[in-house]
Write a protein that binds this ligand. Structure first.
Ligand code: BGC
Length: 619
């Protein structure tokens, strides 16, 4: 009787299996039949590796609590050795421990963020951030980058990548703007699908790694641009703006979907049945695993985790048991707990025992997790070879350079300033001219970007790129904070490249009210422009900044986005005419902050406004 129930509840999951379908169904059903309630609860928990370090923690998390998945939070590595071998050994060690302590031999799955390369791997290529790839508007390129990233992720041990970001940019004040592919739902959809294909590979049944479309849904339009603030969406926007990229991901076979942290239309997303079941599963036809974002289930009853805005929301559950029940009944499978496994698994067990969650709901969720592990080959080959492999290859570098070059968006070119003249000295100046951390942006080596004094990923700065490409031309630089020196050097230059931008940031720490260029950087640009020398203004930033006046006075203006490791070479390629300008703005560039939020060339509040640059602009 119980088995029949399981099979009915499970029929939608096993429907995805074709070739190995029969066997997989049997395996999953047999496992479910034999698993205890505690073992099932463990499969729904994802714990971050930072709390699975000591022997005692390993015993608690993997032996006692039977946790089914481990993640690296941003910047975390399984051991202190972030080399390719170090990663493989670290993930393998956790896997071996888990298998040795799993009565039924169920492997763990290890998950990581890798939306612009696998940057937690020492020496890995840092590809352009998604917004830059939106400007490059080249699905085949995105697919290649995703495939290259998936290769190193898989060789390092993890088999689950929390990307692509399928959010549609709506408000440039939001600190996660640069993580999106832009604001055109159709264009974003095409790139999301390409990234899913690249990550998961050609064999739909056996993904190289599982991709995750995140963050479901409507995350990118928080009032005031405040990360995780509650969102109100019209049905029209929900269906026409925010759902299409997820629909495209599902169509491309995405294995998993992550809910967004915040609330939509009065309900936390993680406990929203209209979103997680009615929209995602029934309407869009998703059959894979849903995973919460960091701490979302806990946040239903306490302000324990995450962004400040979320902690102000009312609590919808009196305790953990009811929080878990609300999420599971809404359609959540895996909870990124991510710290207290014991509390979570106890809560799941209590919720089932007390009848708040049915056995069928639990089994359907656990069944989907087991199916994912089977598809990823974890039962057959749970570990990876611990041989050294290159974190990046010459092909990766070339791919990244091409991508950054395709992204660079030329928005102004008065009197044919570009390509730069063949003769005469060039002055390259500005804080973004010699700063890989700025080029790379957040989610690179560390959560808030490359940590000060930490290991710097490989790459070519703007200055280095220009020097390498300049041939016999002299390339000078001076301390950008010394404006007198800047003026002197500018006056004798044939052209000045002034590179300004934003410091790296991630999530709510990148929220802004002004999107202004800091005053010292404005002063630098004005000083250079006032010399009257041909000035190429370059912006290295994750969003459009409010610099209309500076752009108008510049001879040429290039939006470089966050172009990653090869940003300097790619920019030089453009400046010296080695590549033709190709990038197109993946967003509307408002003329003033008062017009924000603005998307698709219009203010979202309907007031008339003329953008500085329209969506798709690019010479
Ligand atoms: C972010 C997700 C990310 C997760 C794991 C969360 O705070 O919102 O995008 O995948 O952390 O690092």
């Amino acid at each position: 009787m119980r088995r029949a129930l399981v099979l009915v509840a499970f029929s939608s999951v096993v429907a995805v299996t074709v070739a190995a379908g029969g066997r997989r169904q049997d395996t999953v059903s047999e496992l479910l039949d034999r698993m205890t309630l505690a073992e099932k609860a463990g499969q729904l928990a994802m714990i971050h590796v930072g709390v699975v370090r000591s022997d005692a923690q390993l015993a608690d998390v993997l032996a006692r609590d039977q946790v089914g998945s481990i993640l690296s939070g941003a910047g975390e590595t399984p051991t202190s050795d972030a080399s390719p071998r170090g990663w493989a050994k670290g993930v393998n060690a956790l896997q071996r421990y888990a298998l040795a302590h799993s009565r039924l031999g169920i492997p763990i799955v290890y998950g990581v963020d890798a939306t612009h390369g696998f940057t937690w791997l020492r020496g890995a290529e840092v590809y352009p951030q998604q917004l830059a790839l939106g400007a490059a508007h080249d699905p085949a390129l995105v697919e290649q980058i995703a495939a290259a990233t998936a290769r190193v992720v898989r060789a390092s041990g993890p088999r689950w990548v929390f990307g692509p970001v399928a959010d549609v940019s709506r408000d440039l004040r939001w600190g996660r703007y640069y993580e999106t592919f832009g604001e055109d739902p159709a264009a974003v959809s095409a790139l999301v699908a390409a990234e899913v294909r690249g990550m998961q590979g050609a064999d739909a049944e056996h993904p190289v790694v599982a991709a995750t479309a995140k963050h479901f849904l409507g995350y990118s339009q928080p009032p005031g641009g405040v990360d995780t603030a509650p969102v109100q969406l019209t049905q029209d926007d929900l269906q026409k703006v925010f759902a299409p990229p997820f629909a495209a991901a599902v169509k491309a076979g995405v294995a998993t979907v992550m809910n967004q942290h915040g609330w939509v239309n009065g309900t936390p997303t993680v406990s929203s049945r209209p979103l997680l079941t009615d929209l995602l599963r029934t309407q869009l036809g998703f059959q894979g695993v849903t995973v919460s974002d960091w701490g979302d289930v806990e946040n239903l009853f306490c302000s324990c985790q995450g962004a400040p805005a979320i902690s102000h929301e009312p609590k919808v559950a009196p305790d953990y048991e009811h929080a878990v029940a609300a999420a599971l009944n809404a359609g959540l499978d895996v909870s990124m707990v991510p710290e207290r496994a014991d509390d979570f698994v106890s809560a799941v067990q209590a919720a089932v025992r007390d009848g708040l969650v049915s056995q069928a709901t639990l089994d359907a969720a656990v069944g989907r997790v087991l199916t994912l592990k089977l598809r990823l080959g974890l039962f057959d080959r749970p570990t990876v070879p611990e041989t050294a492999f290159p974190a990046r290859t010459a092909a990766d570098v070339a791919l990244s350079r091409r991508a950054a070059g395709e992204a660079m968006t030329l928005l102004r070119n008065a009197r044919h300033t570009l390509p730069l003249a063949r003769r005469g000295p060039i002055l390259v100046v500005g804080p973004a001219a010699s700063n890989l951390a700025w080029q790379d942006g957040g989610w690179t080596v560390g959560w808030q970007g490359v940590p000060d004094g930490g290991p710097t990923p490989p790459g070519v700065t703007v200055l280095q790129g220009i020097r390498a490409a300049a041939g016999t031309r002299k390339v000078r630089t001076v301390d950008w904070t010394n404006l007198a020196a800047v003026r002197r050097a500018a006056r004798v230059a044939r052209a000045v490249v002034v590179a300004v931008g934003e410091e790296p940031y991630a999530e709510w720490q990148g929220d802004t009210k002004t999107a202004a260029l800091p005053a010292e950087q404005r002063a630098l640009v004005r000083a250079v422009e006032a010399t009257g020398r041909p000035t190429v203004l370059v912006l290295v930033a994750g969003r459009p900044l409010m610099i209309a006046d500076l752009i108008r006075r510049a001879s040429a203006f290039v939006m470089a986005y966050l172009p990653g490791s090869e940003g300097g070479s790619a920019l030089a390629d453009l400046l010296f005419g080695r590549i033709r300008p190709h990038g197109r703005l993946p967003f509307t560039w408002p003329a003033r902050i008062a017009d924000v939020p603005m998307a698709l060339n219009a203010r979202l509040d309907g007031e008339p406004a003329t953008p500085l640059f329209r969506l798709g602009a690019g010479l």
